[in-house]
Design a protein around this ligand. Structure first.
Ligand code: PBG
Length: 334
């Protein structure tokens, strides 16, 4: 055959690297770290093999492990010693994230990003203060399913939480509760308290996803009743994501995060095209757990599947990837 076009010419070993369009670097990755104020010893997370909840005393050592792999940034999640209706431990000066942040920033060079949300801190497990009138019934269901989280009351809690993290030394804050107006409220409060230089990575398009299952075990933040569909996005919607992201951009979001990642690569690509800010994607717990489960059965090659997943997320347009594979992939890349 006298073919003019043979794409295979560029797939030969010595040229593949030169024509490769996407690359993955350890510095693209952010490793989630769970700090647990209720334990004195590291607790393995069963549904997320290789991950643990670490006591505050161990948080520096845990972050040093991450840094050794070449990953430079961590995202801190906290499991508080106690919970209440409003989640007041989320903004306590001696709270779990605040304590861990103080130690990590004093003793390591890690770039520390903190998750700003309330679901780990409220006894009902929702991402904010409930509207008056919502109560848990004995059967675990809401008395009035039309009631939900009180958006504007929650803003106040988020403001305080973000500032308490910045005061403890957080390099960046990442609000994840899908509260309307959260980015503007936090920006305003940070500026007012002298933290003008602390950027906000907004979970701008966060879907109500079944892929968060393992995380809710890890962080003990499952809603005690109901679900999150009144505040997280409907997986059916893509245009709505652009609207959500635009609102966060207007309110001053510095980095735009899409979550989950793999089932929402179209959204990652849309955000990349539409906006100038860096785009982050969260390769969530369920995306991690399903590869591990399949690999355990011998059905796929874990390293290869993890690498391909992250490469796809970058190819779709993400600059940063928050992933439980961060350390493994960084080591693989070295
Ligand atoms: C809390 C929060 C969630 C995740 C990160 N922050 C869970 C949720 O909305 O239930 C999930 C992360 C993951 O699954 O890896 N707002």
């Amino acid at each position: 055959m006298d073919l003019t076009h043979r794409p295979r010419r560029l797939r030969q070993d010595r040229i593949r690297g030169l024509v490769s369009e996407t690359s993955l670097e350890p510095t693209d990755l952010i490793a989630p770290v769970f700090v647990d104020a209720t334990t004195a010893e590291r607790q393995p997370i069963e549904s997320m093999p290789g991950h643990e909840r670490v006591p505050i005393e161990d948080s520096v050592a845990r972050v040093e492990e991450v840094l050794e792999t070449g990953v430079e940034a961590v995202m801190l999640f906290g499991i508080p010693e106690s919970k209440d209706a409003k989640g007041t431990r989320a903004w306590a000066e001696d709270g779990v994230v605040q304590e861990a942040t103080r130690r990590i920033t004093a003793e390591t060079d890690a770039y520390v990003i903190t998750d700003v949300c309330l679901c780990e801190y409220t006894e009902h497990g929702h991402c904010g203060t409930l509207e008056p009138g919502i109560r848990e019934t004995e059967t675990g269901s809401r008395e009035d399913p039309s009631l939900t989280v009180d958006n504007d009351a929650t803003l106040d809690s988020l403001r305080r939480t973000a500032v308490s993290h910045a005061a403890a030394g957080a390099d960046m804050v990442a609000p994840s509760s899908m509260t309307d107006g959260m980015v503007g409220a936090i920006r305003d409060e940070l500026n007012g308290e002298g933290f003008d230089d602390v950027p906000i990575m907004s979970y701008a398009a966060k879907y109500e996803s079944a892929f968060y299952g393992p995380f809710r075990d890890a962080a003990d933040g499952a809603p005690a009743f109901g679900d999150r569909r009144h505040y997280q996005m409907d997986p059916a919607n893509a245009r709505e994501a652009m609207r959500e992201v635009r609102l966060d951009v207007e309110q001053g979001a510095d980095v735009l995060l899409v979550k989950p990642a793999l089932p929402y690569l179209d959204i990652v690509a849309d955000v990349r095209r539409e906006f100038e800010q860096p785009v982050a994607a969260y390769n969530v717990s369920g995306e991690y757990a399903m590869l591990h489960a399949a690999a355990e059965k011998g059905w796929l090659d874990l390293e290869a599947a993890a690498h391909e997943s992250l490469l796809s997320i970058k190819r779709a347009g993400a600059d940063l990837i928050l992933t439980y594979f961060a350390e493994d992939i960084a080591e693989q890349l070295r």
